[in-house]
Design a protein around this ligand. Structure first.
Ligand code: SF4
Length: 236
């Protein structure tokens, strides 16, 4: 993940069905995720006794807030445990921060538990057919920020003609503390997009986003997979 040291995967499925999702669209990865047989609550408990500070993402290869979480409360159980592990930073990443707000009490109790969402666009788009509307996701971050919860956005994957990272930053920066920018992996295989097309788009739009982030003095992370498209390595 680069920007985190650890991750806990909660669910072994994801109902959001994003068209760019390599985790579930490439059979090899899908099989690996499904095969994982550990209990995320037990996994979370292990961090209680880890003294060295970790940055833990919840969750990486599936979304931690599918609609069934409303009844299951499995993610909540994991966060209940992690809320006691105050030595670590916890970064929640979900396309459903609307439901995640239910657990705002745990985020506040912990103090360094961040609520994040992925945005590839501020418009409804065909790439995320089952996920909540991007503006509803952003609205949930605004609410979180007003409650005192740190917020972040993963602008990833950046898709040519769809994702204008500079525009997302410009429209959201008042309520967002941290940004991660990442490339479209398996572009040709998943969406039929050529590498040259990516290069052209990233060179213009990622540079614009970086300039804006610097001007706004925002914290951000440019994933190393973007380096070959940007003509240089960014300090991380
Ligand atoms: S929400 Fe995340 S894990 Fe789920 S399909 Fe979309 S990209 Fe994949």
């Amino acid at each position: 993940m680069e920007y985190a040291s650890d991750q806990i995967t909660i669910y072994r499925f994801c109902p959001f069905n994003c068209r760019y999702c390599w985790a579930w669209r490439l059979p090899l990865y899908a099989k690996r995720i499904k095969r994982g047989k550990y209990n995320p609550v037990v996994e979370a408990r292990k961090y209680l006794n880890v003294k060295k500070r970790k940055i833990i993402v919840v969750s990486f290869t599936s979304d931690p807030y599918p609609p069934i979480e409303r009844e299951n409360k499995l993610t909540r159980k994991v966060l209940e445990v992690l809320s006691k592990a105050k030595q670590h930073k916890v970064m929640i990443l979900t396309k459903n921060p609307i439901l995640a707000l239910r657990d705002a009490d745990l985020m506040l109790e912990h103090g360094d538990m961040w609520l994040g969402t992925t945005l590839i666009s501020l418009n409804e788009n065909m790439y995320e057919p089952n996920a909540p509307h991007p503006l509803d996701r952003f609205d949930a971050l605004v609410k979180a920020k007003k409650l005192g919860i740190p917020t972040w956005i993963s602008i990833e994957p950046i898709i040519p003609e769809v994702t204008y990272p500079e525009l997302i930053v410009y429209c959201t920066e008042k309520y967002v503390d941290y940004y991660v920018l990442g490339a479209l992996n398996y572009a040709k295989k998943l969406l039929g997009i050529e590498r040259e097309e990516l290069r052209k788009w990233y060179y213009v739009h990622v540079h614009r986003a970086i300039r804006l982030l610097n001007k706004l003095e925002k914290r951000y992370y440019i994933k190393s997979e973007l380096d070959p498209f940007l003509g240089g390595r960014y300090e991380r």
